[in-house]
Design a protein. Sequence first.
Length: 201
Amino acid sequence: MRILVSRVLGLVFGKLKIAAGFYTVVVLFESVYALPFPAVYLRFISLFRVLDFFPALAMLKLNCVVPYSFYSVLHLSCTITFCLMLVIVANSFLALLPSTATPVIFFILTMVYPSVSTIAFRTFNCRIVDGVSYLREDYSKDCDSDSHARAEQFASASIALVSVGLIVVYAALLWPHRAVLRTGATVVKSGERKRLAELSF
């Protein structure tokens, strides 16, 4: 029974992970590409706006409770994601977490990766208005200010450590199991089967 429940959960979370990742990327199209999208498309993606961090916070009106800015969202989201990556890397060597915790962290990382990466890249997206360069995501931010220069430095580090780093971490964790992944072998050692189950949940 326990094996059956584990397989069902793995199937459900796997499909949910793919769907959520797809809609997260679709939601980001509007901000990444400055194109006049059809109204019906904009209404459709508005249903999934909660998957994009900064607009989701605006929708929830959290600024009335806890003041925040684009910079604070950038720092918080990238820092938390990087810390989760460190936990995964440390656990691969020290096995500190229970076997059920690792798939959950991988699921969270997969869900937030597109939004966190986009937030980092949005830091460089400025627009000139009346001769002044403003951040498109937050027009209260001057792109020529010292604070924005520091934000760009943090965003550059985040792109290297999170956007690129997470791909490197995934590749490093899956590399020892490449033979099984390539051949689809059915005979797998129990330890390797457990490790692959954690990585693919």
